[in-house]
Design a binder for this molecule. Structure first.
Ligand SMILES: C[S@@+](CC[C@H](N)C(=O)[O-])C[C@H]1O[C@@H](n2cnc3c(N)ncnc32)[C@H](O)[C@@H]1O
Length: 363
């Protein structure tokens, strides 16, 4: 009796499917439909993750450890079949691990998706794409050159949860930036943080500079998040809060060692971004430095799709929002008078231009 090595049921190896090999009766291999499916699946992928967060799946697995779907079903009060289907969708995206009928957190989930994870993004996921309904009207937005309900109609409603959700990431980025640009070498640094959100940059600088001080700006209601975060980080006594529009608030000339434009330029259009860069230049002392963080598409629009898609996200939900390339920013910074331009990436996906105001040329 020969022992069979066949599997118990037929499955096609990935490398043997028609998508890989082309049709058997022609040697023309059509381009794969995978990019089209990727776009179609994008919606489902996002809402699967959102539902998993809303149901508390990641936090529950953190608490319970590796679990069967029946145990999770009892804990979460959702039927086994539906919950199992959702869990499988999360596994298919590489955001959970599964072995037979046991589900468990993987490193990605532990780091980014558990509420208390070291780089938690859980609060960001619902708000990051902007108001969801704007995506269903994107063609109209392109036709009209403006979204029907732009974020600018009620900025606080959008930005308060956004800056709470992005704080952990931006604070990690701002703190890590010190390893590259050594703001801690200026213990008395005075920093101006325009459109500060929860003030991750100002807080990181003040943490590293014991005699440092900060002027923190944001829109009137949003600035309350900065007040709370600076209090939590025990630096609020070295902060002055200056609510208002960053294009028009009073800013003292030649008074700051650091000016931060953290993810603010991409809502302002090219003219607004240039104006902010010029304001920053005027506010800096000679030898002071501008830190300009944003998502910068590359010229071919392929090397950094995250930044390109962030541009489309801005277009979908704001009046003037677009992302601009490294080349655009380099030209604007240079035109404003900055020298010694550098681009740093303190943590993955978070790039920051560092540009210096020249000293007074007195020969
Ligand atoms: C994407 S968040 C960035 C927050 C923070 N700088 C960071 O890097 O995490 C943009 C911030 O700019 C603020 N903002 C938008 N328009 C503004 C304006 N005209 N004047 C002042 N702040 C503004 C928003 O309220 C929000 O806090």
């Amino acid at each position: 009796m020969s022992e069979s090595r066949d599997p118990p049921y037929p499955e096609l190896k990935k490398s043997h499917t028609m998508a890989r090999k082309g049709r058997p009766w022609t040697d023309y291999k059509p381009p794969p439909a995978a990019p089209v499916w990727a776009a179609i699946e994008g919606l489902g992928r996002y809402y699967i993750l959102l539902a998993a967060l809303e149901l508390g799946i990641f936090d529950t697995l953190q608490r319970m450890g590796p679990s069967r779907v029946e145990e999770l079903s009892a804990e979460l009060g959702a039927p086994v079949d539906h919950l199992g289907s959702l869990l499988d969708g999360v596994v298919a995206q590489g955001l959970l691990d599964q072995f037979v009928d046991i589900y468990q957190l993987n490193d990605t989930a532990r780091r980014y998706l558990v509420s208390e994870g070291p780089a938690a993004m859980a609060d960001l996921i619902a708000v990051a794409p902007g108001p969801h309904e704007n995506w269903t009207r994107l063609a109209d937005t392109v036709r009209n050159g403006r979204p029907a309900t732009p974020i600018e109609d009620d900025p606080a409603a959008f930005y308060i949860p956004l800056v709470e959700g992005t704080f952990t990431t931006m604070f990690r980025c701002a703190s890590r930036a010190d390893l590259k640009i050594r703001y801690s070498a200026q213990p008395t640094a005075r920093v101006l943080d325009l459109g500060a959100g929860g003030a991750p940059w100002a807080i990181a600088v003040l943490n590293a500079c014991p005699q440092g001080s900060a002027v923190i700006n944001d829109l009137p209601d949003v600035i309350e998040v900065a007040r709370r975060k600076t209090t939590e980080h025990d630096v609020s006594d070295r902060c002055e809060f200056r609510p208002g529009d960053f294009h028009t608030i009073d800013v003292e000339p030649e008074s700051y060692d650091l000016v931060v434009l953290g993810h603010v330029c991409r809502t302002e259009g090219a003219d607004g971004a240039r104006r902010l860069i010029e304001r920053a230049f005027a506010a800096l002392k000679p030898h002071g430095r501008l830190l300009l963080a944003d998502y910068f598409p590359d010229m071919a629009r392929k090397a950094n799709p995250h930044a390109v898609l962030m541009g489309t996200t801005m277009m979908a939900s704001t009046i003037r929002g677009f992302t601009f390339t490294h080349k655009d920013f380099s030209e604007w910074l240079t035109a404003a008078g900055f020298i010694a331009l550098r681009l740093i990436e303190p943590i993955g996906f978070q790039q920051t231009f560092v540009a210096t105001k020249p000293g007074r040329s007195n020969g």
